[in-house]
Design a protein around this ligand. Structure first.
Ligand code: TMP
Length: 210
C-alpha cells in the first residue's frame, strides 16, 4: 500500500509521518518511510540544490524538472521495490506537491506537469493521500519556531505569502477533483489529535485492504 502525506509548509507532516510509521511498524507492518525531494543518495543531492538559499535565481521550470528527477530516482530505487515485496510505503510529499507548488503556486501548465509526472513515476499513484490542512499564516509561525530549533529554512519557505495561499487553494482543488484518494485532516490542532485521526484512517484502510 502506497500512502502519501501532503500539506502546506508548517502543516506538521514530518512529525506525523514519523509517528504513523512507528505505530505501523509496532503493529508488525514492513514500512518504508521516505520523503520528497530526496529519499535516495541521488535525490538528497538534488534536494540540496532545490532548497539552497543560494539558488534564488532558479526558474520554475528548472525547479519542476529537478523535483521530477528526484521523484524518478525514488520511485525506481526505493518505492516500487518495497511495494513489490508487499510492504507499506509512506512518503512525505509526492507528485501532488508538484501540482500544488509548481502548478498552482508558480502557475506552470497543469497538463504539462501531468505528462512530466507520468514519465517520472511510470504511472505510479498513491492508494491514499492524507492532507494536513493549515492556513499559511499559521504554517509560517510553526516553521519559524521549528527553524529556531535548528530546522532548515528553505528557498520554498521563503516565497511570498500569496504563493503559499495559492498552494493551499491548489491542494483544495486537487482534493475536489479526486475525493476518493484524499482524506483531509485539520492540521492546526494538537499533534496528538492529528495523530489520532491519522491512525483511525490508516486502521480502517488497512482493514479494507486485508
Ligand atoms: P519539506 O521537506 O520541508 O516539506 O520541504 C519540501 C519543500 O519543497 C516544500 O516547500 C514543498 C516543496 N516541493 C515542491 O515545491 N514541489 C515538489 O514536487 C515537492 C516534492 C516539494
Amino acid at each position: 500500500m502506497f500512502i502519501t502525506f501532503e500539506g502546506p509548509d508548517g502543516s506538521g507532516k514530518t512529525t506525523q509521518v514519523q509517528r504513523a510509521a512507528a505505530r505501523l511498524r509496532a503493529d508488525g507492518h514492513q514500512v518504508l518511510l521516505t520523503r520528497e525531494p530526496g529519499g535516495t543518495a541521488i535525490g538528497d543531492q538534488i534536494r540540496a540544490v532545490l532548497h539552497s538559499m543560494d539558488n534564488t535565481a532558479m526558474l520554475p521550470n528548472t525547479e519542476l524538472l529537478l523535483y521530477s528527477a528526484s521523484r524518478a530516482q525514488l520511485v525506481g530505487e526505493a518505492i516500487r521495490p518495497h511495494l513489490e515485496q508487499g510492504g507499506i510505503v509512506i512518503c512525505d510529499r509526492f507528485y501532488d506537491s508538484t501540482m500544488a507548488y509548481q502548478g498552482y503556486g508558480h502557475g506552470l501548465d497543469l497538463d504539462t506537469l501531468r505528462i512530466i509526472t507520468e514519465f517520472a513515476t511510470g504511472g505510479l499513484k498513491p492508494d491514499l493521500t492524507l492532507y494536513l490542512d493549515i492556513a499559511p499564516e499559521d504554517g509560517l509561525q510553526r516553521r519559524l519556531s521549528a527553524v529556531a530549533q535548528g530546522e532548515e529554512w528553505n528557498r520554498l519557505d521563503d516565497m511570498e505569502m500569496a504563493f503559499h495561499r495559492r498552494v493551499r487553494e491548489g491542494y483544495h482543488q486537487l482534493i475536489a477533483a479526486e475525493p476518493q484518494r484524499w482524506v483531509q485532516i485539520d492540521g492546526a490542532r494538537s499533534m496528538d489529535a492529528v495523530h489520532d485521526d491519522i491512525m483511525q484512517v490508516l486502521a480502517s484502510r488497512l482493514k479494507q485492504m486485508a
